[in-house]
Design a protein around this ligand. Structure first.
Ligand code: NAP
Ligand code: F7E
Length: 324
């Protein structure tokens, strides 16, 4: 039975990746940072099937000890300070975790077992003020936030360790991917949750920032399959993963509210507090390399994704109301 270690097991992608790897017969070891109360909500349904251990991207030693104990063949680094606005408020923490954290893991792999296959969760935020539309593996980067800058570091240190030490180190450049398990502060989930609360009479408005920015949004469940495929490939490489479609935040609102028979214009208020010091105006992927070389393609389309998220939050909030 192969063993995979996943950092960021408590996050959105960690939970979907753990499900996928379990279905393929892996022994899954998830790394969670210590907190006074554990935040294992997203993997609560998996706790009898996976092992959760403590580890922090600030601490290289915790990974050396894990390798000794679990002898992994694959390592997925999904942990990060991943919320873009927070990266302006906590830029050095973002750099420590999202950038230098990658080097700490690569160093641990290099010294403990250079045969471990390594996946780095890189991001379309690296393209920032885009220099080309659509964005592919060869598009130059122009990050627009401390988060984007930190991810560029993580991307290049992954390539550097591949080239310097012959590690099987892969960088997956994933465009935005969403799901009912997305954190509540990200715009898609904020909208789905807001629609549900308005529909069920818990609130009367939804305050958002820039409605014109465009994102290439896919379903997280599809994207973790791409991560796994990258580590099964015959050689380590960089891959863009996205849908090849882009939509505005406004369109997401229109579809989400309409799905609940509501007119978004009656409820959405544009609030300057949610604007960013520097915006990424448009992201649009060219995922053709992943299609060609990994046989990967997205299954869930944009409209179905929006409806899935609204339906899930409606059900969750309906239950909360019924139990209160
Ligand atoms: P997420 O839900 O925010 O999860 C981030 C995970 O990182 C959480 O488990 C978090 O733990 C953990 N973490 C944060 N700081 C840590 C530290 N110091 N030590 C150990 N763990 C730490 O993010 P996601 O959406 O699943 O994304 C997974 C990865 O893909 C991230 O690296 C993200 O930057 C990247 N990415 C995401 C997208 C996207 O659209 N979702 C696109 C491209 C790239 P806590 O639960 O304790 O906070
Ligand atoms: O913002 C606009 C906002 O926070 C999307 C992370 O997973 O994907 C994510 O980063 C857009 C931006 O995601 C609100 O200005 C409008 O243009 O959902 P988001 P993000 O910044 O694209 C990338 C690929 C990652 O790697 C990141 O880790 O929506 N927007 N109004 C708003 N955004 C938020 N959060 N809240 C609003 O009220």
């Amino acid at each position: 039975m192969p063993t995979a270690i996943i950092t960021g097991i408590t996050g959105q992608d960690g939970s979907y990746l753990a499900e996928l790897l379990l279905s393929k017969g892996y022994n899954v070891v998830g790394v969670a940072r210590r907190a006074s109360t554990f935040t294992l909500e997203r993997v609560a349904h998996l706790l009898d099937k996976i092992t959760v251990v403590q580890g922090d991207l600030h601490d290289q030693g915790s990974f050396m000890a894990l390798f000794e104990e679990y002898k992994p063949t694959e390592f997925y680094n999904l942990a990060a300070q991943s919320f873009v606005p927070t990266s302006w408020n906590q830029p050095t923490l973002t750099g420590e975790v999202t950038a230098l954290g990658v080097t700490r893991i690569l160093e641990a792999i290099r010294y403990y077992n250079p045969k471990i296959r390594f996946y780095q969760a890189s991001s379309s935020e690296m393209y920032g003020k885009v220099l080309e539309i659509p964005q592919s593996e060869t598009t130059p980067f122009y990050p627009r936030s401390p988060y984007g800058v930190a991810k560029v570091y993580g991307h290049y240190i992954t390539i550097n360790y591949r080239e310097s030490f012959d590690l099987f180190a892969v960088s997956g450049i994933l465009f935005n991917h969403e799901s009912p398990r997305r954190g509540l502060e990200f715009v898609t989930r904020k909208i789905a949750d807001g629609v549900a609360k308005i529909k069920l009479g818990l609130t009367k408005e939804l305050r958002l920032g820039n409605l014109e920015s465009k994102r290439d949004w896919g379903f997280a469940g599809d994207y973790v399959d791409a991560m796994w495929r990258m580590l099964q490939h015959d050689q380590p490489d960089n891959f863009v993963i996205g849908t090849g479609e882009t939509h505005t935040v406004r369109e997401f609102c229109e579809i989400a509210f309409a799905h609940a028979d509501l007119d978004w214009q009656k409820y959405v208020i544009v609030d300057e507090r949610f604007y960013r010091p520097a915006e990424v105006d448009i992201l649009l992927s060219d995922p053709s390399k992943a299609g060609r070389e990994l046989g990967w393609e997205p299954k869930v389309g944009f409209v179905d994704l929006v409806k899935m998220m609204v339906d899930s939050d409606m059900e969750r909030i309906r239950k909360q109301v019924a139990n209160s």
